[in-house]
Design a protein around this ligand. Structure first.
Ligand code: ADP
Ligand code: MG
Length: 318
């Protein structure tokens, strides 16, 4: 199947929006940014075998390619609007493409995102999506706003995706509930939209809580203390992994795509009502402190250090 036919299939299925002046089909898309807004732009690439296990269903790859990008917009408090999609495919496989679009466009529709352009080439399987969102001027959630004394919060549960990857790498079939978190992450768009005015800083968790919270600390010139015991675990994770394995997966495992944010203690009530109004829970897991670095603490206050056994799967030297 020639390139233009692949593009024609994409164009036939892509939805549009009123603010798309010109979408797929010309040399560039033309998009209308409403007055009083900034454009928030994020891009992420998924490579076969690096970002998803070989053999992952095409629809799951499509979903995840958009989800990891929307998660970045969520972390900025931006409302998603448009996406572009750069596809490198080893073969012009129409069935694979339709499956991919099933996942990608299902998530796009859920968040009102129009696919407005892209590129299609032959090469190793690699998917690069770029998302464009809108945020009211000066309302974006950034990494550099955390202040000593802030509470640290996370959405949902941590460690499920890393647990599924660990099970898959160990040669077993992953527990379906865990595997679903790896293949079909849920970008926390609604939560991100509700946080401006409440949170001081936010980040989405793609590389693991300690690493990503570390980025907030560096940008904000503060330190952080995390209560290991307060990290939220799903029933599936709690059932399959003991406390010590769980700690490594939850603190260091990647691919959660939950939001981590800091907020002053005076906003605890606002955050509690936010949690009641949304599908995912919000857990208070620690505090921002003066100094630098992220420390995870046992209940007795001693510092927890990642055990190799707990996170070697995710260690480039492991
Ligand atoms: P050009 O040579 O100008 O880059 P292309 O032939 O690559 O044009 O693309 C033709 C049109 O199809 C463009 O509007 C482009 O944005 C769109 N397009 C190409 N590949 C994709 C894709 N994977 N997803 C969405 N739109 C695509
Ligand atoms: Mg092109």
């Amino acid at each position: 199947m020639p390139e233009f036919e692949l593009i024609a299939r994409i164009q036939a299925r892509a939805a549009t929006r009123d603010d798309v002046v010109l979408g797929i089909g010309d040399d560039a898309a033309l998009l209308r940014v409403p007055p009083g807004h900034w454009l928030a732009v994020a891009t992420d690439t998924l490579n076969a075998d690096v970002h998803f296990p070989a053999g992952t269903a095409a629809a799951d790859i499509g979903w995840k390619a958009l989800a990891v990008n929307l998660s970045d917009l969520a972390a900025m408090g931006a409302r998603p609007a448009w996406a572009t999609l750069s596809l490198s495919l080893p073969h012009a496989d129409g069935d694979w493409l339709e499956g991919f679009l099933d996942g990608f466009l299902a998530l796009a529709e859920r968040h009102g995102v129009a696919l407005v352009g892209g590129d299609t080439t032959r090469g190793p399987l690699s998917i690069c999506a770029t998302v464009h969102g809108l945020v009211a001027v000066d309302q974006a959630l950034r990494r550099d706003g955390a202040r000593a004394g802030d509470d640290i919060w996370v959405s949902g549960t941590l460690g499920d995706a890393a647990a599924a990857l660990a099970q898959w790498r160990a040669g077993g079939a992953a527990e379906p509930a865990l595997r679903a978190r790896l293949d079909r992450p849920t970008p926390r768009i609604e939560l991100g939209l509700a946080l401006p005015g409440i949170a001081h800083a936010a980040i989405d968790l793609s590389d693991g809580l300690l690493a990503d919270l570390g980025h907030v600390c560096v940008a904000s010139r503060v330190g952080a203390e995390i209560e290991l015991q307060a990290l939220p675990a799903s029933p599936a994770l709690a059932a399959r992994f003991d406390a010590s394995a769980r700690a490594g997966l939850q603190a260091c495992g990647g691919d959660d795509y939950e939001l981590c944010f800091t907020a002053p203690a005076s906003r605890r009530d606002a955050i509690a009502s936010l949690a009641r109004a949304q599908p995912q829970a919000l857990a208070r897991i620690g505090r921002v402190v003066d100094g630098d670095g992220v420390r995870a603490l046992h209940p007795d206050g001693s510092q927890w250090l990642p055990a190799r056994a707990g996170y070697a799967h995710f260690d480039p030297t492991g």
